[in-house]
Design a protein around this ligand. Structure first.
Ligand code: SF4
Length: 157
């Protein structure tokens, strides 16, 4: 898996102060996509063990307390990204159990494959669905268009 950007301190992509990773690769091709550069799986740089270690280190950093980790893209739940993301969220929940994990995906929660659903026990919030330009609304928080839904998975479990 490649990633486009990593922000060790981020206050706009989810609740509280967070670490945020934007992965490369997305096949949803939404009209009006905010970042078409993210569509290519070859964009950005390789997500390696050193980057994973850095995220864990940042989440454990007590000087700036992070509420959790945000995974966005691109699409973290694209089948090509899934194994790496699954391994990352498992490690975060094991080593940083007090941190929450938010995931943005273009897939609908109700339409996730069995393989994609494997991530659900390890994450706290999922914002689902493609960006639909006709339903775009800048007043929405954490969503670009009104069709997208914020699911707090603990409430559903
Ligand atoms: S799901 Fe997100 S990254 Fe993918 S095309 Fe749609 S807006 Fe762009």
């Amino acid at each position: 898996m490649n990633y486009l950007q990593y922000y060790p301190v981020d206050i706009v992509n989810g609740e509280g102060t967070r670490c945020t990773l934007f992965v490369s690769g997305c096949e949803h091709k939404c009209k009006g996509c905010y970042n078409q550069k993210s569509w290519s799986f070859c964009s950005g740089i390789l997500f390696d063990k050193a980057m994973e270690d850095q995220i864990i280190k940042d989440l454990k950093d007590t000087r700036i307390r992070r509420q959790g980790l945000t995974l966005s893209g691109g699409d973290p739940l694209h089948p090509k990204n899934l194994n790496t993301i699954l391994s990352l969220v498992k490690r975060v929940k094991f080593e940083c159990p007090d941190k929450d994990i938010w995931v943005w995906t273009g897939y609908k929660l109700s339409e996730l494959s069995e393989q994609q659903k494997q991530i659900l026990p390890y994450i706290d919030v999922i914002i689902d669905g493609k960006f639909i330009q006709e339903q775009a609304d800048p007043s929405l928080i954490w969503r670009g268009s009104a069709n997208q839904v914020i699911y707090r998975l603990k409430d559903l479990k």
